[in-house]
Ligand binder design. Structure first.
Ligand SMILES: C[S@@+](CC[C@H](N)C(=O)[O-])C[C@H]1O[C@@H](n2cnc3c(N)ncnc32)[C@H](O)[C@@H]1O
Length: 267
């Protein structure tokens, strides 16, 4: 199988990571994650759960994390994770573990920060659009299952003053279900992607722009092509679940994603 090297130019420096057709390819959610996570992780212990080929773990180490524990269940991803850690000469700071959730690191001390970019797209949709190659677990039938389970398990692996970052594919599933589980397990759950100042600025600019500015910075916006819409329709035999709520704007299709940060674990 052919290996492709992708360059990620994300603070603090460009990194090269290897991917293959049978592994998960990092996308704009991975990039949004790295926008949400602090630029300075000096001395912190980080758990990167759902590490894939490791791009987030590698950049966390480059941001100063003392130790990153990268957990990934899928064989193809795990092999690339190990290779990518070596490629970036970070073996002394990132350890790869194969397994689900916190299982392989449950015996280790709690983390200061958890990045949990676990699968969060519904099974039928992930496979129909080719976003998840065979062998890579998806978010489950509804798409919420893996993220909700992660949030239930996470409190006892995070320090009381630690932070956990997680994504939601808002227009593709019931994001409120995920947020409810987050609030049941953490005292504070907030949007991690935008500051109130950024949103205020966007509101002022969009009021002046006569509707030209429609992409609120509150979300990550993903474009879907007409053929993607047809694939979705076919995959669900025309009965697309109500929780899939794709936005049609000016004849184009979009779904919105979000990154949240949960703090003050309820233990
Ligand atoms: C959306 S991909 C993200 C990969 C990587 N973070 C990136 O940015 O490229 C989700 C990852 O979560 C992994 N995953 C799925 N179920 C998991 C579980 N129960 N525990 C840990 N990781 C899981 C998948 O194998 C996949 O690699």
């Amino acid at each position: 199988m052919e290996t492709e090297v992708i360059a990620f130019d994300i603070y603090p420096k460009k990194v090269d990571v290897e991917y293959r057709n049978d592994s998960f390819r990092p996308n704009r959610v991975s990039e949004a994650f790295l926008k949400a996570i602090p630029k300075n992780l000096d001395g912190l212990v980080v758990d990167d759960i759902g590490s894939g080929g490791g791009v987030i773990a590698i950049i966390e180490a480059n941001r100063g994390a003392l130790e990153v524990r990268a957990v990934e269940p899928a064989d193809a991803n795990y092999k690339l994770l190990v290779r990518n850690i070596e490629r970036n000469v970070l073996q002394d700071r990132i350890t790869a573990y194969q397994g689900v959730f916190f299982d392989p690191i449950a015996h280790l001390p709690r983390a200061d920060l958890i990045s949990a970019d676990v699968s969060g797209i519904p099974e039928i949709l992930s496979r129909a659009l080719g976003w998840y190659p065979e062998g890579i677990p998806t978010g489950g039938p509804k798409g919420t299952e893996i993220t909700c389970e992660l949030l239930r398990r996470a409190p006892k692996f995070l320090k009381t003053d630690g932070k956990l970052y997680f994504p939601t594919a808002n227009d593709l599933l019931d994001a409120e279900e995920i947020l409810q589980v987050a609030r049941d397990n953490f005292k504070v759950v907030e949007n991690a992607l935008w500051s109130k100042d950024e949103l205020e600025k966007w509101k002022l600019d969009s009021a002046k722009s006569e509707g030209k500015l429609w992409k609120s910075p509150e979300y990550i916006w993903f474009h879907l092509r007409e053929e993607d819409m047809q694939k979705i329709d076919r995959a669900y035999n025309g009965a697309v679940p109500k929780t899939i709520n794709i936005q049609e704007i000016k004849g184009r299709y979009f779904w919105r994603g979000q990154i949240y940060v949960a703090t003050q674990p309820k233990i």
